[in-house]
Design a protein around this ligand. Structure first.
Ligand code: NZQ
Ligand code: ZN
Length: 380
């Protein structure tokens, strides 16, 4: 196990009716900006609950943070926040609203343009922020990361800020999620775990078992959610699994991959594909192309997750990859670029972007533009 320092400062406030706790979670002397997406919270009662809980607070509202939040939108919130002396932000929505809010929080106390914070990769200063999370997927509610898009240049990059002060997770808010967002969320969770797990064996028993527990949970709940997304305990597990998949708990002292995400972000930047959907396409390619390097862990995955014990090593691994893609297809996601009419031009464009940036991703730092090209060809 490698040396590590672990600290996650977010307070989780979990369960039915917990949105009402906002009244005591945010000090009354704060000047708050509450941020929202496109309006789903007005249809499912979340907005009314937030309004009621904040009735004695001093707050303004900022609407319109879109999926894959764009710096062009966030600059408007930053300007308004600066003008009005905002010193606390509350994101009410999915990962996009919270990620966007993480940039607003840093942008309000930054003199230059907010895109520079994204390019620097780590915010040096920020006002505090918190969330009412309405979509189990990103883990943004309990991590310091955010992924921001720049529409004019079709770019999408991650940066880091501080952690949310608190996040309220009420599983009942997920009852209104469209099937597509549930599928995206399940795929995102699954791939977050894989990015931190699918490297080499023998690094940490406890991290492996923890990650495998989350993978098995996704496999167990995915078909059940399809049957009944109004089952409270089921949706509670969905929400908590999303949080636990990307809050640093399963990455202590182990190497990580993140190749599937880096390629997926390019597909979203170039074609606007939903984040979860992009991962469902790329993951199979990553595992096929990096099969040798991940051989031991793929075998462990085959045996422990899918109970595959018969056949040669290669057969076991191929079957485990097929079963992974089967999970995505069973929840209605595509696993090939052609299903979304994406062709070789895009593959070449991504290769060139990686080459131009001189990047080499993955646990071995060997996924360059040409390896990314092989991965994308493998899921054509
Ligand atoms: O905008 P509104 O009207 O609120 O509707 C949203 C949006 O259209 C809707 N929605 C959210 N909660 C709902 C709901 N509809 C009905 N009922 C509810 N309870 O869902 C749509 C998608 O929302 P979005 O926030 O975009 O989805 P998600 O949470 O999957 O976030 C995706 C973004 O997070 C980034 C992705 O790259 C992408 O930009 N990621 C952030 C990470 C992080 N911060 O750690 C890690 C991830 O790997 C990921 O990259
Ligand atoms: Zn993700």
């Amino acid at each position: 196990m490698k040396n590590f320092i672990f600290q996650n400062t977010t307070k989780l406030v979990f369960g039915k009716g917990q949105i009402s706790k906002l009244s005591s979670l945010i000090p009354l002397d704060k000047k708050i900006m509450v941020t929202f997406g496109g309006g789903s919270v007005k249809k499912n009662g979340v907005y009314d609950q937030v309004k009621e809980a904040l009735k004695n607070h001093n707050y303004i509202e900022f609407w319109g943070i879109e999926p894959n939040p764009a710096v062009e939108t966030l600059r408007k919130a930053i300007d308004e926040g600066k003008q009005k002396g905002i010193d606390f932000l509350l994101a009410v929505g999915g990962g996009s609203v919270l990620d966007g809010t993480k940039l607003i929080a840093a942008g309000i106390v930054y003199e230059g343009d907010a895109w520079d914070i994204v390019l620097e990769g780590q915010a040096k200063n920020s006002i505090p922020f918190a969330s009412v999370m309405t979509l189990p997927a990103t883990g943004s509610e309990m991590n310091s990361g955010a992924v921001i898009s720049r529409k004019e240049t079709h770019e999408k990059y991650a940066f880091y800020n501080r952690y949310p002060e608190f996040s309220i997770l009420d599983p009942e808010v997920t009852y209104s999620l469209p099937a597509k967002q549930i599928a995206n969320g399940l795929a995102d969770i699954y791939v977050h775990v894989i990015e931190q797990y699918m490297t080499t064996t023998g690094q940490s028993r406890v991290m492996d078992r923890w990650a495998e527990g989350l993978l098995l949970t996704v496999l167990e709940i995915a078909p059940k959610i399809k049957e009944n997304q109004h089952d409270y305990d089921l949706m509670a597990d969905f929400m908590l699994t999303a949080t636990m998949a990307l809050n640093n708990f399963i990455s202590m002292g182990v190497t990580q991959d993140w190749v599937t995400h880096m390629i997926g972000h390019e597909l979203t930047a170039l074609h606007g594909i939903d984040h979860g959907q992009s991962l469902a396409i790329v993951l199979g390619g990553t595992l096929r192309v990096l099969k040798e390097q991940k051989h031991g862990k793929l075998l462990q995955y085959a045996e422990r997750i899918f109970n595959i014990t018969a056949g040669s090593d290669d057969e076991k691994i191929d079957l485990a990859i097929a079963k992974t893609e089967e999970l995505f297809r069973s929840i209605g996601l595509a696993t090939r670029l052609s299903e979304l009419n994406i062709g070789e031009n895009t593959i070449t464009a991504i290769k060139e972007r990686f080459n131009k940036a001189g990047v080499a991703y993955g646990e071995n730092g060997n996924v360059t533009g040409s390896v990314a090209e092989q991965i994308l060809f493998s899921c054509k």
